[in-house]
Write a protein that binds this ligand. Structure first.
Ligand code: NDP
Length: 527
């Protein structure tokens, strides 16, 4: 989104125009007035109800019921897949220019509804207001970027060479064509972008889609589905189902009706899906975007104020619950004490509370399970490391009914401790002191993940860093975020190793072809 020359991205969001706050607050009042309603799934263009329901509660105040959603089951999964199958012939055969038009229209509706979306996301996920606005604005840009790629590539139709056949003329074309029915399973932390981005890519390339959002964030995905419906997509082209991953989600994964899947979420669930989905009669495209254990390396030549600002934002933005969160901070010995001192000072100044409030930087963690995880990790770190700041939950007063945790920095944790390897997904970052950059790099790469990484140092060191680091997204000397803050068109997003399956980043040059298979069309006629 943009207001008067300001374009909101994760890198520009730290000082938004006043107007954004005014509009957010107005939308919040409107959204709060509608809390507690029941929302249906959308199958074949119609509202679809299930016999069982579940409540979506605010992580900032568990007494607040945001909405009541359908607890979809295996029959609902089948109904959604059947609707998507039925719609495929029609949707895949309309000219791609028309699909582009409809997806752009949906992006425009998202722009119009930006503030309402953001108010819902702030309450549903616990994102601060600017992060919530960013999630929506990014989604609309992902929609548009997918459309732009279709246009730039002329719908992915290319004329090839003509074979030299004496007495004949041969024309050869390469067409990329959609696979069929595509399932999108998304996580709670970017409920808009990580539902909307893959959905737009699948749709614009001609697949039909079944969306299954995280059980913590069904409302945001319902808003995306409404934009697609209101843009005029035909019935069944997209379908939105809600319910638990282990039943509804698993039923989708196990169905032979599915031709391709995009899953974004944890490593454990992603790898289980990878195995389960491979049991079909033939190999099917499986786009997995999974966890991260992202390092920022700081050299003795770094600008320490820039490093501290970038690291802080990436460690504790969205309470450490970004796949790109800076959960490991690796600092060369000569600048260690100075940088750590500054990080502790800045961390203590962060405002924690109701994420819809303007002054708040950290909201609650997303759910009870994350809240308990935080407490268990903190206890372990108290015993095995040195907690420099944080390490406790907040339970008094306004914090009593939410999942509030203090941002935590820890050092002196032995390098063979399992928490150097495990994605904690709460506001905890561990800090290591290293004698040189070689040791820093060995530590950064010694992990099963390869999502993002940051570096602070001089330009020669930066080239060395790019060459050696095993990560899909890398940043150097970035105050806006050491390891976080990718934006479509600028920093396509994806991971290596256990962070992703395709090696091609979302919102980037090579993403859309993942949703299509190639058909070569040769036509021979007598010359
Ligand atoms: P989960 O893996 O717990 O859940 C992700 C989605 O999978 C949810 O919709 C969940 O449904 C569903 N699911 C769970 N089990 C199954 C199953 N057996 N079959 C089908 N679907 C299932 O992740 P979180 O929601 O907790 O998200 C956090 C994780 O996502 C972190 O690991 C983070 O790093 C990663 N992530 C990766 C990104 C990337 O681009 N690489 C970006 C953002 C997050 P339900 O909620 O109902 O259980």
């Amino acid at each position: 989104m943009s207001t008067e020359g300001f374009k909101l991205t994760y890198a520009t969001m730290f000082n938004p125009p006043e107007e954004m706050h005014i509009q957010f607050e107005a939308a919040l009042v409107k959204v709060k007035a509608a809390l507690g309603q029941e929302y249906a799934m959308i199958i074949n263009g119609k509202d679809h109800y299930s016999s069982e329901k579940f409540e979506d509660r605010s992580p900032a105040d568990n007494d607040v019921i945001l909405g009541v959603f359908q607890k979809g089951n295996a029959q609902d999964a089948d109904a959604a897949l059947a609707a998507a199958r039925k719609a495929f012939q029609g949707w895949s055969h309309i000219p791609w220019q028309e699909r582009v038009r409809l997806i752009r229209k949906a992006a425009g509706l998202m722009d119009e509804r930006l503030y309402e979306f953001a108010a819902v996301i702030a309450m549903e996920v616990g994102k601060n207001r600017v992060e919530a606005l960013g999630d929506v604005a990014e989604t609309a840009d992902l929609f548009r970027y997918a459309c732009d790629r279709m246009e730039t590539n002329n719908g992915y139709v290319y004329e090839m060479g003509q074979d030299p056949l004496s007495g004949y003329k041969a024309t050869n074309f390469s067409f990329l064509r959609p696979y069929g029915v595509w399932v999108v399973v998304s996580p709670f932390n970017f409920p808009c972008a990580l539902t909307g981005g893959p959905t737009a890519a699948a749709l614009v390339t001609g697949n039909t889609v079944v969306i299954k959002p995280a059980s913590d964030t069904p409302w945001t995905s319902r808003l995306i589905a409404e934009c697609l419906r209101d843009a005029g997509l035909p019935d069944g082209a997209f379908n939105y189902v809600t319910g638990s991953g282990s039943s509804l989600g698993q039923a989708l994964i196990d169905s032979p009706e599915v031709n391709g899947i995009t899953f974004t979420g944890s490593y454990d669930v992603g790898m289980q899906i990878y195995r389960d989905f491979s049991r079909g009669h033939w190999p099917r495209p499986t786009i997995l975007e999974m966890g991260g254990k992202n390092s920022a390396i700081v050299s003795r030549h770094a600008d320490l104020e820039t490093a501290a600002t970038g690291i802080l934002r990436s460690a504790f933005g969205l309470q450490g619950q970004k796949c790109s969160a800076c959960s490991r901070i690796i600092i060369e010995e000569p600048v260690y004490d100075q940088l750590v001192g500054r990080l502790v000072e800045m961390t203590r100044a962060l405002e924690i509370g109701d994420p819809t409030e303007r002054k708040v930087y950290l909201g609650p963690v997303a759910n009870r399970s994350s809240y308990l995880d935080y407490q268990n990790f903190a206890e372990d770190l108290h015993q095995n490391g040195r907690i420099l700041t944080g390490g406790k939950i907040l339970e008094e007063g306004d914090y009593a009914r939410g999942y509030f945790c203090t941002p935590t920095l820890v050092d002196e944790l032995p390098l063979d401790h399992p928490l150097w390897q495990r994605e904690m997904f709460v506001p905890i970052s561990t800090i290591a002191r290293v004698k040189d950059l070689e040791q820093a790099m060995a530590l950064a790469n010694n992990v099963a993940y390869g999502l993002t990484a940051g570096f602070y140092g001089n330009s020669d060191e930066a080239q060395w860093f790019y060459d050696k680091i095993e990560s899909g997204v890398t940043y150097v000397n970035r105050p806006q975020g050491a390891t976080t803050g990718a934006w479509p068109g600028y920093q396509p997003f994806g991971g290596w190793k256990g962070s992703g399956s395709t090696g091609k980043n979302a919102g980037g040059l090579y993403y859309l072809p993942l949703y299509m298979h190639e058909q070569i069309r040769t036509m021979v006629s007598k010359s």
